[in-house]
Design a protein around this ligand. Sequence first.
Ligand SMILES: [Fe+2]
Length: 342
Amino acid sequence: MYFETIQHGGCISYLIGCEESYAAAVVDPVKEKFDRYLGLAAARGMSLRYAIDTHVHADHFSACRELARTHGIPIVMHRVSPVPFVDIPVDDGETIIVGKLRIRILHTPGHTADSMCLVLEDRVLTGDTLLLGATGRTDLPTGDASQLYDSLFNKLLKLDDSLVVYPAHNYKGSPNTTLGEQRSTNPRLQKKERSEFIEQMATLNLGMPDHLTEALRTNRTGGKTVGQLIEEATRDISFMQLAEVKHRLDQKDLGFVILDVREKAAYESSHIPGALHLARGQLELRVDEMFPDPTVRILTYCQLGKISTLAAHTMRCMGYTRAVALDGGFQKWVDSGYPVEK
Ligand SMILES: [Fe+2]
């Protein structure tokens, strides 16, 4: 079996491949590692057959939808998952066949209602049901500490003690140990009474994950993240470096219009010398009146360089094919000690 661990911050995804048939499955893929999964599979001569999410993630952006869309592979999730584009809804006790490999589904609600663990011959991918030295939290949508208790003590921990645990998170770089070792050393598993286990989960006082609502929105609907919108726009336009703009300003030979797309108050307090103003929110409505000639060369900028990327992209879509964005924002311009106009 080919088995690769791919880490992104504290999130772990896995590439599992059959070395006889060259079929592979990716488990809990994140958008940021999209190209990595394809590269790893290709380097081993394998092709992806399944994208599996162990549950709806609230703390990262799943790449399942994108993998399905671009590579025509089915998405596998538990049948109670609220995700509307699951191709193979699965349930407890069922098996996904990847070449000669068998991945058995264990429904383990608790962290979320749709959580499942994936059991292979010598290991178990525990999603966020069981982490190394911890468990998944139960205070996010559809979480339930009593269900997690059952999933752990009456299901997962009934499996063979020698199975090696591969969770969906590993924040501290803990070594992968066996289920047996987790049972005896994992502090959360020492509360063996249901009531004390539930109380322990209720008093963890964990902060909310970054981008919680954005992750739930995109993972449940297949919609795009803000980062993805900006990345896609970035691919479709060209940019101009800050130093290049400064140089051209110094030469008094710009060759383009500078367009500040921030809100009016920000523009009025200070801006790049000579810049015109058209807020991003008004762009589509007012651009024709402001620039009747679509062949005009325009440089957009905003505070951080992200909204201006979207603005230049929108303008290109509208036919302003010489719209470019500043590589960096007004903030960087000021930090570089470049001149501003009040
Ligand atoms: Fe999770």
